[in-house]
Each structure stands twice: as structure tokens, then as C-alpha cells.
Design a protein around this ligand. Structure first.
Ligand SMILES: [Zn+2]
Length: 496
């Protein structure tokens, strides 16, 4: 026991010194320059065909086998990363579904027109990032050599550049915002053979690249957090695997290293710390791509791809982003979570509850319930605290409570049919399956006379508590639970 305690203590001490070390670090002297690259899946159908953006776990009914060959870029150079891959001579197996993937994912048919919904979301994000949208843009092919694209390239479309976000330590530039196709997902990997599934190939991705203007690990975390807030305000996919964050790190004495796959924002500063230390310790450094491990450490993935990777997609026309389209998107620009929180606070809702409503996606429910003319604070409490109480105290799931149920209960309160206390009891009964009308009636607020009569009948049956107002109050509260305001009960008890 004491041994374990001791161990925990030393770990804590170690953790502290690590943090202290980080705080004491002079990042300016180290010459830290970091930039982020974020890939987020959009919540629409695929980018160049009408197939759904849906991952499947059932058995695929289409299987294709292929070998990949490196293709020279525009300048006739074969990319160093492509060369590296070709030397490995691997076989790629592609799995697909005849009903939710098509010949485009298999690269047996040219791409269809660009998905307009995805384009609109990309414009939306560009506007929220204060970026300049390109009036004309072209789909480009970006060499991909690991077999994750059946065509050997990924289609990418630059939408905007030269934006920025504000951080506590000043502006961080946004280099570019691009719309891309997601790659196929890996199912299994052996020495000379990789199996991919094409359900993910072609899902629209937004790629946001920041300038390498991030000067310390904390700022990197803040930038990633803010980008996440902007993305979540738009129609993007949620959950594990729908967002991928890469960070590139360089220091004065080191080189540019790209670190792929930062899943956990909380690890962001640690990863940068580790990379600074690694670069400081290593004598000869080549630019490379590294992969994040669960520990926050990284391992070599492949050489950093050179410039020969991009060339125009000849199967698709130029894309014009008109003023009209930009204005249309601008007129429906979504609010960020911070703006929603501020608005709720302006209605008199406390910060914590406002945060909960936004975080738990209950804004629509809240706005709908405002129509009952009930007090904003009461509505906010009802959909957060009261609902949580029902789950915690009565062990009743509140998932089947509908907007209409909340509405009926709040309206009954507005019309003085029920007391404030009754709201929780009634919602509990409805959550258990009772009809709202019945639940409301069973907690009908009593008139003052009815309350007086109830208290008198309690006294008649329990004459021994006549001079014990505390006991009488307790008994009355029990009997009148939810049907009378505690203040009125107290007034009557004291007046007897
Ligand atoms: Zn398709």
C-alpha cells in the first residue's frame, strides 16, 4: 500500500518537473516554428459522385487487385516519396460495395461534377477564417503512393488563402483552405500486400493549413481548439476518425518535421515538446513525416514529399466561385459556439449552463421552448439540471422526452396549473411513459384553501405534532409534494 502511494508521488513529482521545464523554456531562443494542418470530413455525400459518405462493416461484394506505379509530376520528376514506395512493390487489394460505391471510387470512370454542398461548406469555413476566396480554381491531382487512392492521386481543390485566426498571443495566419477527397481506409496490412476499403474514398474533406507562425506549444493547442470550434459550427461529421490533425515542427538547429495523426488535443503541447527534444538530441536531421504513437512519442513514417506532387486534373473543368454564391453563403453564415454562449448569457443564463446547452447541442430545443414564453433561465435549467436530476435521482432515461413534452409542462407552469417544483416530477413520470396530460393533472397545483384543508387533515390525524411546526411542515411537504409552493405551505403552518 505504502509502496504504491510512494510510486504515485514520484510520478507526480516527475510530471511537475516536466511541466516546469516546459514553462521555463525559451521558445524564442529555441526558434520554434509550428504549423497545423487539419483534415475534417464534411457531412455530405461524396465529392465527385453521389455515393453516400458512409463507412460499412459488412462483407464487401466487390474486390479488385492492383499494383501501383509512380507517375512523374508536371516537371517530369518522380516524387521522392513515390520512388520510395515503388521500391517496395506491394500489391493492393480494394474492397467495395456495389450499392454504396461506384466506378469512380474504383477509378474506372472519370469523376462527376463537384459536390456543391461540399463547396458551400468550404466557402463557409473560408469566410469564418477571414480568408480570400479564389474566383476561379482548378481541381489538382496530388500524388499518393501508399495505395490509399485507386487512381494513385488525391483530388484537391484550393478554395481560399491568406486568412487568419486571433489567439491570445496575436494573429496566426491561415495559408490555405482546400477541399479534398478522403483516402480509402486500411483494413489489413501484410509485408507485400495491403487491403483497403473504398467506402471512405471520396468523402469530402476540408483541409486547413496554418502558417508556421505558432511560437509555443500552448498556442498550438489554442489554434487547434479554435479551428475545432469553427468546424463544429458548420455541417461536418462528428466522432472518432472524422478529424485528423497534423503538426509540423521546426527549431533553429533542426529541420521541418511533419507529425501525422494527433488525435487528442490535450497531447498537442506534449508532442511538440517531445519533438523539440528529439531534434535537439539528433545530430543529422532529414525532413520527414512522423506518426504519433499513443504515448505522445513519434516514429518515422516516410520521407517528406517534395514539390513534384501536384498536377492539374484534366477530367474536370475550371470551377468558378461567383460573388452570388459567396453572398448566398455569407447570408447564412453559422454562429460560432462562443457567440451562442454569449447570447445565452445575455438572456440571464449563467455561464456554466450556457456552456452545457451549447456543448450538448440543445440550442434548438432551447429556442423552441422560448416560444412558451417561459422564463429563459427556467427553460435552461429544465433542459440541463432538471433532466440530469431525473437521470441521477430516479435512474430514468430522458432520451424519449420530446420537445412537445417539455413544451406542455412549461406551458402548464406558465398558466399556473403546476408549481415550479412539479416540473421535475412531471417530466420524470413522462420519461417513465406516462401521457403528459395525465402527469400534469396528477400534479395539479392546489388552491390556498385546498392546501389549508390538507394541512388541517394532517393535524387531525396526527394531533401529537400540533405544537411541533417543524414536524408539521415536513409532513405537509411530503403530502403536498410538487402540488404546492413551499413558501405558501410555510405561511399556512406558521399562521395556525
Ligand atoms: Zn461513387
Amino acid at each position: 500500500m505504502s509502496k504504491g502511494k510512494h510510486k504515485a508521488k514520484t510520478q507526480e513529482a516527475k510530471h511537475e518537473t516536466q511541466e516546469e521545464k516546459a514553462q521555463g523554456k525559451d521558445y524564442e531562443k529555441i526558434g520554434l516554428k509550428a504549423g497545423l494542418e487539419i483534415h475534417q470530413q464534411l457531412n455530405t455525400h461524396k465529392l465527385f459522385c453521389d455515393c453516400p459518405s458512409e463507412l460499412r462493416d459488412d462483407k464487401p461484394d466487390v474486390i479488385r487487385e492492383r499494383y501501383q506505379h509512380a507517375v512523374a509530376g508536371e516537371e517530369g520528376k518522380i516524387d521522392i516519396a513515390a520512388e520510395y514506395e515503388q521500391e517496395r512493390k506491394r500489391k493492393f487489394i480494394y474492397e467495395a460495395y456495389s450499392d454504396t460505391t461506384c466506378l469512380i471510387e474504383l477509378d474506372e470512370e472519370p469523376p462527376h461534377e463537384l459536390n456543391e454542398d461540399a463547396l458551400k461548406i468550404a466557402i463557409q469555413i473560408s469566410l469564418l477564417l477571414n480568408a480570400k476566396i479564389l474566383p476561379t480554381t482548378q481541381v489538382m491531382r496530388k500524388t499518393v503512393v501508399d495505395g490509399s487512392n485507386t487512381s494513385g492521386f488525391q483530388r484537391t481543390l484550393l478554395i481560399a488563402q491568406d486568412g487568419y485566426i486571433e489567439t491570445q498571443e496575436g494573429k496566426v495566419g491561415i495559408t490555405s483552405i482546400a477541399l479534398e477527397e478522403d483516402a480509402a481506409r486500411i483494413i489489413s496490412k501484410e509485408k507485400n500486400q495491403v487491403t483497403y476499403r473504398l467506402d471512405r474514398l471520396g468523402i469530402p474533406l476540408i483541409e486547413i493549413t496554418t502558417e508556421p507562425e505558432i511560437r509555443n506549444p500552448e498556442q498550438a493547442k489554442e489554434v487547434a481548439f479554435q479551428l475545432g470550434e469553427i468546424l463544429r459550427a458548420c455541417n461536418v461529421k462528428r466522432g472518432i476518425g472524422t478529424i485528423r490533425q497534423d503538426v509540423n515542427v521546426s527549431i533553429k538547429s533542426g529541420t521541418r518535421i511533419e507529425i501525422k495523426g494527433v488525435q487528442d488535443l490535450r497531447l498537442m503541447s506534449k508532442i511538440i515538446e517531445n519533438e523539440i527534444e528529439r531534434q535537439q538530441k539528433t545530430k543529422k536531421l532529414e525532413p520527414e513525416v512522423r506518426k504519433v504513437l499513443e504515448t505522445g512519442k513519434t516514429e518515422f513514417l516516410r520521407p517528406l514529399p517534395g514539390k513534384a506532387r501536384m498536377y492539374p486534373e484534366t477530367d474536370l473543368p475550371l470551377i468558378h466561385i461567383t460573388r452570388e454564391l459567396i453572398n448566398e453563403v455569407k447570408s447564412k453564415l453559422p454562429k460560432l459556439r462562443q457567440e451562442h454562449r454569449d447570447e445565452l448569457e445575455k438572456l440571464g443564463i449563467n455561464k456554466e449552463i450556457a456552456q452545457q446547452i451549447v456543448k450538448e447541442n440543445q440550442l434548438a430545443l432551447f429556442n423552441e421552448l422560448l416560444k412558451t414564453k417561459a422564463n429563459a433561465g427556467l427553460i435552461a435549467k429544465t433542459i440541463t439540471l432538471t433532466t440530469k436530476n431525473i437521470k441521477a435521482h430516479y435512474k430514468v432515461s430522458t432520451e424519449n422526452l420530446k420537445v412537445g413534452d417539455y413544451k406542455q409542462v412549461l406551458e402548464a407552469f406558465q398558466q399556473n396549473k403546476i408549481t415550479k417544483d412539479a416540473i421535475e416530477y412531471i417530466l420524470t413520470d413522462i420519461a417513465k411513459g406516462m401521457k403528459p396530460e395525465k402527469a400534469i393533472t396528477s400534479y395539479k397545483a392546489l388552491s390556498k384553501t385546498e392546501i389549508e384543508n390538507t394541512i388541517k387533515s394532517i393535524l387531525k390525524n396526527n394531533p401529537q405534532i400540533k405544537n411541533n411546526s417543524k414536524a408539521l411542515m415536513g409532513a405537509a411537504m411530503q403530502k403536498l409534494k410538487g402540488k404546492a409552493d413551499g413558501k405558501i405551505i410555510a405561511e399556512i403552518v406558521m399562521g395556525l
